[in-house]
Design a protein. Structure first.
Length: 201
């Protein structure tokens, strides 16, 4: 059932429902709070990523120079770091996408706040409200999925070193790690730069 405009205004006046202006102001406050939170998350991720990349760069020459079992031991230290870096890059992309979406929604809410009250504005507010709830649900789902991945990552790391400690430097494990290191050396700076640019947005 659609509430007639005069009845909606009456409800708003006596406090039974929020006025459109109050709804928009609440949305704007929510968007700003969530953007602050996500930017903090992204900053923390960037800091952790820098630490991981610094450690990979420290270990890489030691791995290259090592022979036999020592090479496998360094591989066992580097491999989880590369996996962590790759998963963090994916997490950063998700956070960056949320920041971009929220920034767009914030801009839209600020425009609607200044627009004259009419049925089209009411319709746009309803659409924006629906998108806000959808985004909130999506963020919760992705946070839960990220927590599951972290738990799975912790348990898999304990098994990985044993798999990577190899006697033969020409083994498949070494070839795979060397490929990953080559990719790391080619892309290490790119994700960091793009995310720092998004932080400034």
């Amino acid at each position: 059932m659609v509430i007639p405009d005069w009845l909606f205004k009456l409800f708003a006046a006596i406090g039974l429902v929020d006025s459109e202006e109050k709804t928009l102001r609440k949305m704007i406050a929510f968007y700003k709070d969530e953007l602050r939170r996500l930017r903090t998350v992204l900053e923390e991720q960037l800091s952790e990523l820098n630490d991981i990349e610094r450690e990979i760069r420290r270990l890489q020459p030691l791995y290259i120079e090592a022979q036999g079992p020592a090479k496998g031991a360094y591989a066992a230290m580097i491999k989880p770091l590369i996996q962590k870096r790759n998963s963090m890059s994916e997490e950063q992309q998700v956070v960056s996408n949320h920041i971009e979406t929220l920034t767009t929604m914030l801009t839209r809410a600020e425009i609607l706040l200044k627009a004259p009250a009419d049925p089209e504005r009411t319709r746009q507010i309803e659409i924006l409200t629906g998108k806000m709830y959808d985004l909130g649900d999506m963020i919760k789902d992705q946070n839960a999925a990220a927590s599951e991945l972290k738990r799975a990552g912790v348990s898999s790391k304990t098994e990985e070193p044993a798999e990577l400690v190899v006697e033969n430097p020409a083994s498949t494990a070494d070839a795979e790690l060397e490929k990953e290191l080559a990719e790391f050396n080619g892309t290490a700076a790119a994700p960091q730069k793009s995310n720092e640019e998004k932080l400034e947005a």
